[in-house]
Structures are given as C-alpha cells and as structure tokens.
Design a binder for this molecule. Sequence first.
Ligand code: ATP
Ligand code: MG
Length: 321
Amino acid sequence: MTANLEEVRTVLAQIRAQVSKVIIGQTDVIDKALICIFTNNHALIEGVPGVAKTLLVRALARALGVEYSRIQFTPDLMPTDITGTNVFDMQRSEFTLVKGPVFTTFLLADEINRAPAKTQSALLQAMQERRVTIDRDTHELSRNFTVFATQNPIEYEGTYPLPEAQKDRFMLKIDMDCPNEEDELTLARRTLGNDAPEHVLDLGGVEPVLDEARLASVREAFNSITVRDELLSYMVQIVRTTRTNDSVLVGAGPRATQAMLLAARVHAAIADRDFVTPDDAKAIAVPVLGHRVILRPEYEIEGLSVGDVITRILQDVAVPR
Ligand SMILES: Nc1ncnc2c1ncn2[C@@H]1O[C@H](COP(=O)(O)OP(=O)(O)OP(=O)(O)O)[C@@H](O)[C@H]1O
Ligand SMILES: [Mg+2]
C-alpha cells in the first residue's frame, strides 16, 4: 500500500474505534455513514425512534473533529429557519446576518418529511450547492457540509414524502435497525453503570481523529484506490439494468452510477483493500439504488420490494472475473 492509503487505513480504524466507544454494534451503519463522509455526500437515515440516530451523528462529528448541529423539521418550519435571515440591528442601524443551522459541518435534519416541500428544498439546495442565498447575498458553507436526514419508516401520516428528484441527492439510504440481542444487553448493562453511551459522549469520551482541513485531505487519498475497467463497466451495467427491468417504473439515473463507483471505493478501503472487487459493488447496491428505483404499482401490490428487484438484477448482471 502507498503512504496515502496507509493513512486512510489508520484514520478509518481510529474513527471506527472512537465511534464504537458510544455506539454499540451498528458497525454496518457506521461504515455507510463513513462512505458518505469520505465521498463528500449526504445520507438519508431511516429508523424507528430510539435506535441512536442522533447519538451516531454526534459521535461521528466528534470523532471527525467537525462542528455539529441539528434541525427538527416540523410543519411550520420556514426556509429561513434553515438558512438564516438578515435582521435589522437598531444600534448599528444596519442589517446583520443571523446564520441558520446550515452553517455547520455535520447537520442532522431530523424527520425531514415533516416539513413542506418549500422548506425541504431550501435544505436540498444547500446540500447540492454547499452555499445559500439570503436576501440576494450568497454565503459559502463548509466544504465538508454533510447532511444526515432522518425519516421514520412507519409514520407517513401528516408527512411530506421527499420528491424523487430530491431523494436522488442523497448518496445512500441507510437503514438503522434495532440492536441485536447481544448489543441490547450491552446497552442495558451500560445504562445502569457509569458508561451509559450518551454519558460517555457528553464527558468527552470520543476523541477527535481529524479536523476540517485533514478531513478534506484524507478524502483525496481515496482516489488512489483502483477500480478496474471491468468493474467500472459492471457497476454501470447494474445501474442501467434498473432502467430496463420489467418490474421497474423509474430506474436510477446517472447520479446513481457516480455514487456506486465512489461508494465502492470507500467500501474497499474499509475492507482494507486498495482495489475494488465485485463484492464492494454488491454490498453498496441496495443502499445506493434502493431509494432511487420506483417499482410498477402492480408489482408492488404483489409484495415485491425494491430490495428484491435489486437482488435479482445483481444475479442477472455478469460478474467480471
Ligand atoms: N446501538 C446503540 N448504541 C448506543 N446507544 C444506543 C444504541 N441504541 C440505542 N441507544 C440509546 O438509545 C437512546 C436513544 O438514542 P438517540 O436519541 O440517539 O435515538 P434516535 O434514533 O435519535 O431517536 P429519535 O428518533 O427519537 O430522535 C440513547 O440513550 C442511546 O444511548
Ligand atoms: Mg434523535
């Protein structure tokens, strides 16, 4: 491995170790969050209440040494509650900018589908451009600005589902399930002791491995992970097959192709390799494609899920040797 990749490897191991001080288990979720962070993309996290979504994002911000803030989306949230507004300062008799919560690095957008489209799109625009316009003035956001938006998978009443075009802006959809029995037992024991997860984080138990500047430089080191041309074609083929599959109404667009390639590279690094294999592509296929593919209603009624369809596509597309 080159010096660059040696650094990537050390940093990944250190971050995982720090986050695991507070997040019990959920290693797959942590890895997917790292994929988004190291490709400079945003994540949609789906999980029922209490599975440690908030704790995860706070712990990641601490381990990466970046700022964190949170917005609770509600039906009456206004776009300016996200971006900020110019307020007239009586003493100085001029307008001054009161920055909104997007002026941070890791932003937890809790229950993004509880706010109407106009408010959602203010955030989505900030995600896409990493800058916001307030009263005609443009303000740059952190170059590491990363949104972790949460959605409750079972509560749809009174919500505003994200439009398909907006979902495409999230690199991965991360499903966060309840802990397994062993992990829940560990959580139960720690809750009664003096190392309850939140307590450990509040007391500064997670140490920063990186900072804003180093995060950006480590990210570049992932470029030296190789993707053979056959694998590149393999991933392009997987995405293209979502557009021709009989049970699919709308397939994944070219952003999905880019997402697969970049995600596969970080996935390879996490698996301690400096080259991508078909297994990397398979592992990230559902998280990358699942939220971008829409099934034909008649197939959905039959009980087919997007996950099933992607699994079938993976079986159909020839795997390069
Ligand atoms: N895997 C886990 N590791 C550590 N703590 C956990 C885990 N799962 C649940 N918890 C604990 O559950 C509690 C809830 O965590 P948290 O507030 O982060 O959940 P959440 O998913 O953000 O919930 P909500 O959807 O209600 O905002 C915390 O006390 C947290 O320590
Ligand atoms: Mg929460």
